[in-house]
Every structure is written in C-alpha cells, then in structure tokens.
Ligand binder design. Structure first.
Ligand code: HEC
Length: 148
C-alpha cells in the first residue's frame, strides 16, 4: 500500500522540480556559454540551413535574423503551403517548439528534422539564432531589393 501511494507522489514531485527550473531559467539574455553551445549544435541544422550575413537559401530557408521574423517569409524560398500560411512569428517559444517537433507546431510543414536533443540544447540553439542578425543587424550591403 505504501508503495502504491508513494509512487504517484514521487512522480508529481519530479515533474514539479523538472518543470520549474526550465521555465524560470528560460533566459531573456543568454550567456556566452549558451550561445557557444548553440553555435556548435547548429551543426545539426547546417546540412539544410545557412545562417549569418552571407547566408542563402539552400535545402532550407536561410535563418539569419529568424528570431522576430514571420514564419515562411524569406523571399525566393519555396516554402510548404503549411508554413507559408501559418500566422506564426518566430520567437524563443515558437522556435523551441518547432525544433523539437515541427509537425506539432506547423502540421504539414516540410522540415524533416529528428534529433534527440534536450530542451536545454534546443534553447542553446535558439540563443545562438538570436545572435545571428535580424533586420537591424544585417549590416553588409544586400544585393536584393528591400522586401515590399
Ligand atoms: C533535413 C533538412 C533540415 C534540417 C536538418 C533542419 N531543417 Fe529547418 N527547415 C528545413 C526545411 C525544408 C524548412 C522549410 C519548411 C517548410 O517550408 O515547410 C525548414 C524550416 C525551418 C524554419 C522556419 C524558417 C522560416 O523562414 O520560417 C526554422 C526556424 C528552422 N527550419 C530551423 C531549424 C533548426 C534550428 C534546425 C537545427 C536544429 C533545423 N531547422 C534543421 C529543413 C531542415
């Protein structure tokens, strides 16, 4: 009897403890260590995505300045209708969810990415993405016309 009662209690405690630090430590200002870890983990994305000032669309759309960007909005990339139609704006929460299970966030999207990563690793990647430019940070002159 005691065991029967103890187990659900333990499970509940473990759940509470696991959830709390992740939620509260979800950083607004990532540490250098996180960004560095994310930079290394980005190797798992680099087969399909480029990022940085000279990034172009390859198999996947370029991810420069993806944080704050509307989903499916890079010019000249052939998105799935699902992603294009989604009303998502990429922020930390939507990116973490999409990287962990893209089909759950945008059903029918065409990104096929499966990797066993902890929530922390995914957050590190997103922290790194946040350091890679954006409309305000894209300093090099761009040959393309500004988006209308
Ligand atoms: C096997 C190739 C592949 C890998 C690996 C991959 N992606 Fe993708 N990704 C895609 C494709 C293809 C799309 C376009 C999806 C669509 O149009 O539905 C995409 C779309 C995205 C988008 C949406 C971009 C936009 O402009 O709306 C984000 C963000 C993204 N990927 C992040 C990542 C990150 C971060 C990783 C690594 C953790 C990763 N992807 C790994 C192929 C990949």
């Amino acid at each position: 009897m005691r065991i029967v009662f103890a187990l659900p209690l333990l499970a509940a405690c473990a759940g509470a403890h696991a959830a709390a630090p992740v939620a509260t430590s979800a950083p607004t200002a990532p540490t250098a260590a996180q960004v560095d870890s994310g930079r290394r983990l980005f190797a798992r994305c680099a087969g399909c995505h480029q990022i940085g000032p000279n990034a172009g669309n390859v198999f996947g759309p370029q991810l420069t300045g993806v944080v704050g960007r509307k989903a499916g909005s890079v010019p000249n990339y052939s998105y799935s209708p699902a992603l294009k139609k989604s009303a998502l704006v990429w922020n930390e929460a939507t990116l973490v969810a999409f990287i962990r299970d893209s089909d759950k966030v945008v059903p029918g999207n065409k990104m096929r990415f499966f990797s066993f990563m902890s929530e922390k690793q995914v957050r590190d990647i997103v922290a790194y993405l946040g350091t890679q430019g954006g409309p305000a940070v894209a300093t090099p002159p761009r040959p393309v016309k500004p988006q209308g």
